[in-house]
Write a protein that binds this ligand. Structure first.
Ligand code: F6P
Length: 360
């Protein structure tokens, strides 16, 4: 193995720089292999100066840094790249150009670090014989084939800290504080932060809720001398019978996202329970900041494993962690079934046992 490249795509997650560092260090030191960095996801293959050497010097000091030194473009799907033309968002297929430029670099492997969307692109490229190795990344923890993704632990920490802070002000003012959290169609961040922060109500997409159940919980707490409540609601949570369309990274790259389910929950509770409610949308704070030690270690192990997998010719595959051990599996298998919270699993059962309202 003489030359590999690495890119990061889709929404960023704390730990991306730890992966980049591990790839460069392992490739340079263990395999004497040159590493190229690709800027802004797949866009780097079609923009001038988008591919450049990545040296040991370049990755010095980046381990604790959030974000990605390589950048990550939301519109950069080479098969359907979104661009503005005459003020209109149009989609163009740049895959032929991307693949031609990629082949000209004579790479032994391309390491693609990404979530669901980026890894699907990686799989398409692998089917076109591009030597791709995938590394799963997302704060949402929603990728199949791996028991956890890096970025998730940091996001849960940030969300838990927010719940802790909301608790004190909720109690002082006898209010119901609603915290809307990310996760797209998965409720992992909300469930874990809700448990860690001692939320009274946890609403996740995997368990559709009924407003009456929420009112009942708020009233019960009032009766028992706690005239305040904390509601952790996932952005993809929805009342039974209704669905919520959650914006996906790259869906509408030129349009800002506006208020969501947190606002609706707060308005309903205020009207039905005659209590003051306030909403906090934690948003992209969950994607920023320094990765936790857990995420740093996981990202480092996955980055190093990706280099080893590339050297072994494991193309079209994704590194993963299962039972605490590093494994790998075909990208197609990992992407076939997204990970979701098991509504009958131990974590949900534990929450119910503690008296937390899941809204159903
Ligand atoms: O997939 C990560 C994530 O942060 C989701 O939790 C969220 O729905 C989405 O990305 C937000 O995307 P964007 O950065 O495009 O606003």
């Amino acid at each position: 193995m003489k030359r590999i490249a690495i890119l990061t795509g889709g929404g960023d997650a704390p730990g991306l720089n730890a992966v980049i560092r591990a790839v460069v260090k392992t490739a340079c030191q263990e395999y004497a292999c040159e590493v190229l960095g690709v800027k802004d996801g797949f866009d780097g293959f079609i923009t001038p100066g988008g591919v450049f050497p990545l040296t040991l010097q370049d990755v010095r000091g980046i381990l604790p840094r959030g974000g990605t030194i390589l950048g990550a473009a939301n519109r950069g799907n080479p098969f359907a790249r979104k661009v503005l033309r005459d003020g209109q968002e149009v989609v163009e297929d740049t895959s032929v150009q991307v693949i031609a430029n990629l082949r000209a670099l004579e790479l032994d492997a391309l390491i693609v670090v990404g979530g669901d969307g980026t890894l699907h692109i990686a799989q398409e490229l692998a089917e076109l014989n591009v030597p791709v190795v995938g590394v799963p990344k997302t704060i949402d923890n929603d990728i199949g084939g791996t028991e956890v993704t890096f970025g998730f632990d940091t996001a849960v920490n940030t969300a838990t800290e927010a719940i802790d802070k909301l608790h004190t002000t909720a109690e002082s003012h006898h209010r119901v504080m609603v915290l809307e959290l990310m996760g797209r169609d998965a409720g992992f961040i909300t469930l874990h932060a809700g448990l860690a922060g001692g939320a009274d109500i946890i609403l996740i997409p995997e368990i559709p809720f009924r407003y009456e159940t929420l009112y009942q919980k708020v009233e019960d707490r009032k009766q028992r001398g706690s005239p305040f409540s904390i509601v952790a609601v996932a952005e993809g949570a929805h009342p039974a019978g209704e669905s919520v369309v959650v914006a996906r990274a790259g869906d509408s790259v030129y349009v800002p996202r506006l208020g969501g389910i947190g606002q609706a929950v707060a308005e309903h509770i205020a009207a039905a329970c005659r209590v003051e409610t306030r909403v906090t949308v934690l948003g992209h704070l969950q994607r920023g900041g320094s990765p936790t030690p857990f995420d740093r270690v996981l990202a480092t192990r996955l980055g190093a494993a990706a280099v080893r997998l590339a050297d072994a010719g494991g193309f079209g595959r994704m590194v993963a962690i299962n039972g605490g051990r590093i494994t790998d599996l075909p990208l197609s298998e990992a992407l076939a079934v997204p990970r979701r919270v098991d509504p009958h699993g131990d974590t949900v059962r534990t929450a119910r046992g503690l008296g937390i309202c899941l809204g159903d």
